[in-house]
Ligand binder design. Structure first.
Ligand code: AMP
Length: 210
């Protein structure tokens, strides 16, 4: 199955993407994670993306489109994928349609702005493997330490309140219109993000029929 996850930053796309990917044995493709990796390695893409990401702005479409084009050519994408955080604009969605990137379903995880702000400012990510935790909703077993690899958990620079507010307004302006884009293709399904992670997961599974 080829799935696009839509929703505001912090709505829980990343977490649900990992769960779906594990259950369906398909990869998760997160442009946010690919970009963070590129910044860490100091590649040309990373250097270009960094300033936008730190300000809560979208990285230019051409950068994202070339990342996605390259990534989807890899062998593990043959049986499907979960796209987490891409497309983020109509231009990206159109480019992906033109490239023949098949999408079976666009699943939007709906959350209020207040819920997003609470979640993102409490989010902590592993500086080694990028796994994501939350100080109250999904705490690691040991404070400040990644359950998966033992790496140090840090607050992402773009999870600060001011930047989160900017990212939300970018979401409403640029990304939310994708719901209508996929609704017109009869591919859109909505799920309400719930306070408890398992409840959101259950709603997602119900929609996917898995
Ligand atoms: P995320 O982890 O998906 O919230 O992405 C973190 C940041 O990476 C975003 O705030 C953007 O600056 C950038 N980014 C990730 N995916 C995209 C995309 N598809 N289009 C533009 N910018 C992106």
């Amino acid at each position: 199955m080829k799935i696009v996850l839509l929703g505001a930053p912090g709505a829980g796309k990343g977490t649900q993407a990992e769960i779906i990917a594990r259950l369906l044995s398909i990869p998760t493709i997160s442009t946010g994670k690919i970009l963070l990796e590129a910044i860490k390695k100091g590649t040309a893409v990373g250097l270009r993306a960094k300033e936008y990401m730190l300000e809560g702005k979208l990285v230019p479409d051409d950068v994202i489109i070339s990342i996605i084009k390259e990534r989807l050519q890899e062998d593990d994408c043959k049986n499907g994928y979960v796209l987490d955080g891409v497309p983020r604009t109509i231009v990206q969605a159109e480019a992906m349609d033109e490239l023949g990137v098949g999408i079976d379903l666009a699943l939007s995880i709906e959350a209020s702005d207040a819920m997003i702000i609470e979640r993102m400012t409490g989010r902590r990510v592993c500086s080694e493997c990028n796994s994501s935790f939350h100080i109250s909703d999904n705490p690691p077993r040991a404070e400040g330490i990644c359950d998966i690899c033992g790496g140090e958990l840090v607050k992402r620079a773009d999870d600060d309140l001011e930047i989160v507010s900017e990212r939300l307004s970018v979401y409403h302006e640029k990304t939310e219109p994708l719901k209508e884009y996929y609704a017109k293709q009869a591919k859109l399904k909505l799920v309400n993000s719930q306070p408890a992670l398992e409840d959101t997961t259950k709603a997602v599974m119900d929609v996917l029929g898995i």
